[in-house]
Design a protein around this ligand. Structure first.
Ligand code: PEP
Ligand code: MG
Length: 947
């Protein structure tokens, strides 16, 4: 037998979701446990993959197997495709391994043609129903399978209703619907150029192909990217005999959840439509009644359904989302799956299930989607208002939350608006942001940029602050001079309201009301379970005491990265910093730096205080200096005056700082190599701050971790480290105190990863800067990649943004290798990651597997990382145990070997010693004997002489 591509529902089970998709596996499981499921078959996800491999064709082998299963389905159901006595109609639905609600296609009532319609009309005595099914089928098939404009059919229905003078579809009678079906077929022919297919088999193949094709539709591709679902999985197709909810008032269709998906409350929630088919509920054409109403209308069906719900919940030990149909008072289950839910509901359901004894703590931890926690921590849009709104554009969902406010086009305006009215709500719209914009970014409710990806300045800083940000909306055309921008064919002016969704990247015109974040009581409980099981530590990237305090509140165990450069823009320190950059001599530079030092020390004290004795890693200055120079004439003049230089001289200095490729230019540790004074000043501030804070808190022992960025060669690390160590030791000695500190490096240049064994000789810790490491490994700019990544997604070259989800194959390989090499040289080296990937769940899982000690992420991602780390630890518990056992075994073997070697060498030594003792003894005794002999000889001779 060849490969099996088709399974009857009775041949599968819930464990086969990889092959049968979620829907197929659950239909199989429901069939196996005896629930009423119309019996059909599933075409596997492998058939979908094969369809794509074969150049988008269902090959003959799979076609033959489908034919075989159609016959089996006909036999089981006692109905036949196209039969004049007992015709079979089916639904054809997609079903991927992970549920992708509404992303792919469904076709109902397949198998109909004029003859079959007449047969079922006569048999049921319900011609209206029969023609209604037919016109629905033509409409759906044309739209989904043949991509004929939906509107064509909707217009024809509207025309018919107008002619008849009625408002609702339900008011059209059998004759109207028959005429409508005729009109639909003509419209089909006009659009496609051939007759509407009448052969059910032909219809079936086309529908299956359409479902396979829908795996690759744009909305499915976007959904997959947002939800980490690999393209390679493919979708299965479920072919199921139709049951009819539109048979009259003893029939209907509905959807229900075993618990409230919004709050998690334990009660049945759902909706039901009498005399309708599934898509009527979804399409919202008619208003459904609450499920409780079914109890009044069909009590026995309701009771049976309630029984099914509890069977399913107990069976799956999770909240279920079900679709069902009642045909002439008989209940059929069409689908069940673990229901999608809000984060708040997810936490409540998990806790309740633990309390009900249905699941254990680990299962509860695994049940919660880490990404969803975002919505607990940030404001969100009012759900109803959002549903009613249409986006005017889309960028990257760079920092979650919902924001609404008046457009401002410069950071100064944002700040001025909020200074004038602290309640003012503004959205800062920029081509891109730079460190100079920091104060405006802080003031804004939300940030929207035209350029920049997930690790652009705007994205990183906004995430750190917990501010909503949509980055890289390339469809915007900025007109700064006219104080407006164009998007989606419209112009938006300063002062107009816009709304941003930082999770989806959607941009809306006008004001959409927002709802504040609320952390439910169960949050702490689930997080405590997560902390119990995770191995990875979770630190935070924080540049200010406020961010640090927030992160601590959210469970951070320390700071993994403080980017010191963000502090230089505050208040009057930028002036001193600019003086430093534009100094002609070392002396002038030192003078300017001396002005900054106390401010830096103050910053660091604030951060240490906020972290309450937990570890803090502070990175020396990293970005290229040109980012700090003045850009406006006014600021240039100010600087010129302060330095006693001319405007032209300052402009010359600024021009000299220009670099063609600043990201690979004069930045990172290269700044400390060229200007050691900067590293000295920062080291002094770091150490002095630690001494001061330790003196204030006798129970804290702050051990500052000084991090040197952008190292690629061990000698440059050693050079900067020597500067740091000399300076730090001087400060400590001067203070006459004891203070431990560590010096480590970022691994963010491929060469550093490749030579990590060398680098580890000088570094006490490594922190992987996966933002730069990604940029430099791929060789594309983290700020500009957004412009072309779209084409790479379309062409399936990349499935994800490598700046958001770590590229395990390439960048990950470097991380793994560097970790191993580092440990080889320095077994106790501390290893972490502080790139943006530290807050991405799938990347966290990878860092767990690689065996890093911690991940560090922006404050609002800390809970996500904690949960993701726990999930990784639970998921890999067995693997980790085995690895641990193997490592222990290897250690034991090594120890035994070493012991044996030692024993052998001891034995050899002993043997050697024994031998030498023996030889000494022998020598001695030989000497003794000789002496004795000599003495004896002498005595004999004496004696002889004396005789
Ligand atoms: C990195 O490169 O991953 C990193 C954390 O540093 P930055 O983003 O500041 O370059
Ligand atoms: Mg970096």
């Amino acid at each position: 037998m060849g490969h099996k591509y088709v399974y009857l529902f009775t041949e599968g089970n819930a464990k086969m979701r990889e092959l049968l998709g979620g829907k197929g596996a659950n239909l199989a499981e429901m069939s196996v446990i005896g629930l009423p499921v119309p019996q059909g078959f599933t075409v596997t996800t492998e058939a979908c993959t094969k369809y794509y491999e074969d150049g988008k064709k269902i090959n003959d082998e799979i076609r033959a197997e489908i034919d075989e299963y159609v016959v089996k389905m006909e036999e089981i159901n006692g109905k036949k495709f196209g039969d004049m006595e007992n015709p079979l109609l089916v639904s054809v639905r997609s079903g991927a391994r992970a549920s992708m609600p509404g992303m792919m296609d469904t076709i109902l009532n397949l198998g109909l043609n004029e003859d079959v319609v007449r047969t079922i009309a006569a048999k049921s005595g319900n011609p209206r129903w029969a023609w209604d099914c037919y016109r629905r089928f033509i409409q759906m098939f044309s739209d989904v399978v043949m991509e004929v404009e939906k509107r064509t059919f909707e217009d024809l229905i509207d025309k018919m209703k107008k002619e008849k003078g009625v408002t609702f579809d339900t008011e059209l009678d059998a004759a109207d619907l028959e005429r409508l079906a005729g009109q639909f077929k003509e419209a089909y022919k006009a659009a496609i150029g051939s007759e509407f297919p009448t052969d059910p088999k032909e219809q079936l193949y086309a529908a299956i192909e359409a479902v396979f094709r829908s795996w690759d539709n744009p909305r499915a591709n976007v959904y997959r990217r947002d939800n980490d679902i690999p393209y390679s999985w493919g979708t299965a197709v479920n072919v199921m005999p139709m049951v009819f909810g539109n048979m009259g008032d003893d029939s209907g269709t509905g959807v229900a959840f075993t618990r409230d998906p919004a709050t998690g409350e334990k009660h049945l929630m759902g909706e039901f439509l009498l005399n309708a088919q599934g898509e009527d509920v979804v399409a919202g054409i008619r208003t459904p009644m609450p499920i409780a109403k079914l109890q009044e209308l069909m009590p026995e069906v309701y009771d049976q359904f309630v029984g099914v719900c509890s069977t399913l919940e107990n069976h799956y030990r999770d909240m279920q989302d079900m679709e069902f149909t009642v045909e002439n008072r008989k209940l059929y289950m069409l689908q069940t799956r673990n229901g999608k839910r809000t984060a708040q509901a997810a936490l409540k359901i998990a806790c309740d299930l633990v309390d009900e004894g249905m699941i254990n703590e680990k299962e509860a931890v695994l049940m919660i989607e880490p990404r969803n926690l975002d919505s607990l921590l940030h404001p969100t849009f009012d759900a109803a208002a959002l549903k009613a709104a249409t986006p005017i554009g889309k960028g990257l969902g760079a920092s979650p939350g919902a924001a609404c406010g008046k457009i401002v086009l410069s950071a100064e305006d944002a700040k001025a608006a909020v200074d004038a009215d602290p309640k003012a709500k503004v959205i800062l719209v920029r081509r891109e942001t730079s460190p100079e914009d920091i104060e405006g970014m802080k003031a804004a409710q939300g940030i929207l940029t035209v350029f920049g990806g997930m690790t652009s300045h705007a994205a990183v800083v906004a995430r750190g602050m917990g501010t909503c940000c949509v980055s890289g909306c390339g469809d915007i055309t900025m007109h700064e001079a006219e104080r407006c921008f164009d998007l989606g064919g419209k112009t938006y002016r300063e002062g107009d309201y816009i709304s941003l969704d930082g999770s989806t990247g959607n941009i809306y015109a006008g004001q959409i009301p927002t709802v504040d974040a609320s952390i439910a009581g169960e949050f702490g409980r689930v997080m405590a379970w997560a902390d119990k099981y995770r191995r990875l530590q979770v630190r935070t990237n924080a540049d200010t005491p406020r961010d640090a305090a927030k992160a601590l509140e959210l469970g951070a165990q320390g700071i993994g990265l403080t980017r010191t450069e963000h502090m230089f823009f505050e208040g009057d320190r930028i002036a001193a910093f600019r003086e430093m950059i534009c100094s002609d001599t070392v002396e002038d530079r030192v003078k300017a730096l001396a002005k900054i030092e106390p401010m830096q020390q103050g910053d660091f004290e604030g951060i240490y205080e906020a972290m309450q004795g937990n570890p803090v890693t502070i990175r020396l200055l990293d970005p290229p200096l040109h980012e700090f120079v003045p850009t406006t004439e006014e600021d240039i003049k100010l600087l010129a005056d302060a330095q006693g230089k001319t405007v032209a001289q300052i402009k010359d200095i600024i021009a000299s700082l220009h670099e063609f490729n600043p990201m690979m230019g004069h930045r990172g540790c290269r700044l400390a190599v060229t200007y050691p004074e900067i590293a000295q000043m920062q080291t002094r501030a770091i150490i002095k701050a630690a001494l001061a804070v330790n003196a204030r808190h006798s129970d804290w022992q702050i051990v500052p971790e000084i991090m040197i960025p952008l190292v690629g060669e061990v000698k440059e690390l050693k050079y900067v480290k020597d500067v740091v160590v000399k300076t730090a030791d001087e400060v400590i000695n001067e203070a006459g105190k004891d203070l431990n500190y560590k010096v480590g490096t970022m691994i963010e240049i491929p060469r550093a990863a490749l030579t990590a064994d060398e680098i580890a000789k000088e570094a006490e810790f490594f922190s992987f800067g996966t933002n730069d490491l990604t940029q430099m490994t791929f060789g594309f700019s983290r700020d500009d990649a957004g412009k072309f990544l779209g084409a790479y997604y379309d062409k399936k070259i990349y499935e994800n943004d490598p700046f958001a989800k770590v590229d395990q194959v390439g960048v990950g390989k470097l991380v793994k290798m560097a970790a191993q090499l580092g440990r080889q040289t320095r077994p106790d080296i501390h290893l972490g990651v502080c790139g943006e990937h530290g807050g991405d769940p799938s990347s966290v899982e990878f860092f767990h597997q690689v065996g890093l000690d911690y991940v560090s992420c922006s404050p609002f991602r800390v809970p996500i990382a904690r949960l993701a780390a726990a999930q990784a630890a639970i998921k890999y518990e067995e693997v980790d145990k085995k690895a641990q056992a193997q490592a222990e075994f290897r250690e034991t073997v090594e120890a035994v070997k070493a012991g044996a070697k030692e024993a052998a060498s001891t034995a050899a030594e002993v043997a050697g010693k024994v031998a030498s003792v023996v030889s000494e003894v022998a020598k001695a005794s030989a000497a003794g004997i000789k002496a004795g002999v000599d003495a004896a000889k002498k005595a004999y001779n004496d004696n002889k002489e004396n005789k």
